[in-house]
Each structure stands twice: as C-alpha cells, then as structure tokens.
Design a protein around this ligand. Sequence first.
Ligand code: ADP
Ligand code: MG
Length: 343
Amino acid sequence: MTEFGLIRRYFDRPVSMWPAGHAQSLLPVHATGQPAGVPALGIGDDCALLNLPAADQQWAISSDMLVEGRHFFAGTDPAAIGHKALAVNLSDLAAMGAWPVGFTLALALPAADQQWLDAFCQGMFALAARAACPLVGGDTTRGPLTISITIFGQLTRGQALRRDGARPFDEIWVSGSLGAAALAVACRQQGREAPDEAARRLDWPEPRLKAGLQLVGLASAAMDLSDGLAGDLGHLLEASSHRCGQPLGAVIQAESLPLDPVLKHVPAAVRPEDGGLRYALYGGDDYELLFTVPPAQHDAVLTCCPEARMIGRIVPDDSTIFLERADGRCTPLLARGYDHFAT
Ligand code: ADP
Ligand code: MG
C-alpha cells in the first residue's frame, strides 16, 4: 500500500455526525454554544480549513501523544488504542468546557498492517462520531508506533473552565468513580489479567464532555484526572494559589472518595491494604473531571452531574492537601502524580 493509498483508505472519510441526544452521544442535549457545521475543507490539501468561530468564541486546542511501551502495553487491542488516543484529547476539551470541532492525527507506524489499521480506525471513528468531532488532517510516517492527536474545540470567550479559578472554601468534586484504571495497571504489571471492569476503564476511557459542558458557569476551576487525584489536585491548587495571591490547600474526606466498585473484588495479589484508597489517590488514567464550585452551586451540580461526588473543600493559608479519615484523623498527602521525567 502507498502512503497516499493508506491515507485515502483509512483516514479520509466523512464523519457521520451523531446528533446530540442520541443514546451514544457524549454531548449534552440542552446547552448553548455548540459549533455549527463541518470543516470547510478536510483531508486532501496541504491544510485543513476551519471557519473562524464567531467573535464571542475562542478556540480550545490541545495535543496528546501515545507511545507504545510508555502509554500502552505492546499488543494492546488496536481498537482500544484508537479510542484512547482520541479519548484523552476529548477529555482535555471536556476539562475546559469546550465543544469538539475537529482533530488532526500524526501517526508513526512500524508497518501498514491492514488488520491493525482497520481496528484502530474502528475504535477511533466510533468515538469521533459520538463526539461529533471529525478527523480533518494529519501526517503518516513509518516509525515506532506513536499516535499524536491535536484537537480543536470551541467555547464562549471568558467561559473556559480553567484550573486556576478555585477560591477558599469552594467545594471539591469529581465527576465519577476513581481507581479502577490503576488497578488494571497494577494487574498487568504483575503479568495478571485485570478484572474486566478495570481493564475497560483503562483501555476505553469515556471523556466526560457532557459534564464539562454542563459545568460551564457553575465550576470555579476544573481539570481532567490523568495522573492521579493527589498530583492533579496539587496542580489545581498551585495554579489557583498563584492566581488568587494566597496559599490554597485542601481537605479531602477519605470516606467521600467514590472508589470504583471493582476495587471491592480485587484479586488477592494486587489487593491494597487500604481498600483501594491508594489507587484512587495516586493512580492515573481515570479521566474523570476534578472540579471546584462555590458552595452555593452544590445543588446545581447534583442536578447537572448526578454521578459527581463532593470529596472535600479548598482551605486557605496552607498549601497542604490533607486526607481526613472517618475518625477525624488528618494526614497530609504527598502531592505526587505521574511524572515521565522523575528521577
Ligand atoms: P503534506 O505533503 O502537505 O505534508 P501529506 O502528504 O502529509 O501532506 O498528507 C496529505 C493529506 O493527507 C493532508 O491533507 C493531510 O492532512 C492528510 N493526512 C496525512 N496523514 C493523515 C492522517 N494520519 N490522518 C488524517 N489525515 C492525514
Ligand atoms: Mg505531511
């Protein structure tokens, strides 16, 4: 197969735009600001063309790269790789409260393996359709398996959910359950098969677009959880402290953390003594949203994100994250997330 034949066969295709409200759609039904229309020019020319959004709109742009052996295990189902490569990018849009507009795909492949490409495209385009997010361009080359996606989203100027907007006494929430993906990683690192539910959370993360779009105007700060709650909350606190000019810390109630139910059925060899708390606090790859809201918005959050759970509060004057146990004991958490270059 030639390079151009490969691009035409696998990547140059119309995206069927699933309407919001479809059972599989990741987008909310009732929300304003949804971008109108498809790209003016997609794959085939030197550039894709996207019409400029209206004057009161902004682009939200993000890139995420997946490298074999680093972000996924060699031999991972190519459909899951295609899904996840796009899902982690959509998750960044969700975290900013942005509508998907389109994405580009830069792909290094060791070989033009047709079976692999068929499955990869099936996983990627199924998710693209659910997010109404077309592939508009990219680059294809031979090399060690690497998938790099750049995603374009749109939002109303000044309405982005940024990570630096938390204020003292805001409530801290997560959009769904934590720790299952970390359990799957732990199982695989020991050469064991992960429980199905955990493997699904690791390999097929669902970007929380609906939650992100519905939190616009409610949340004071938001980010997605890719590197573990403790580390990511540390980033949110640091950014927000900087913006509001005073140290901000947090108290997290251990009892309130929505541990994924699969953690109750953990194989003995990977069962943590703490019932899975460590996976929820330090495990990455959950792709839930972490967000803060002023206390007055508590009920509004429950209404728009019924799966979300309040897990603690922002506290002023000290930048420590404390974990409060049911018996009132408070211990500081290490603000430790995954770091590719940590020594
Ligand atoms: P150029 O020579 O201008 O770099 P390419 O030969 O790399 O263009 O690509 C030709 C067309 O195919 C372009 O429109 C490009 O965006 C698109 N394309 C190449 N690789 C991919 C890919 N992996 N996914 C989507 N579109 C791609
Ligand atoms: Mg090129």
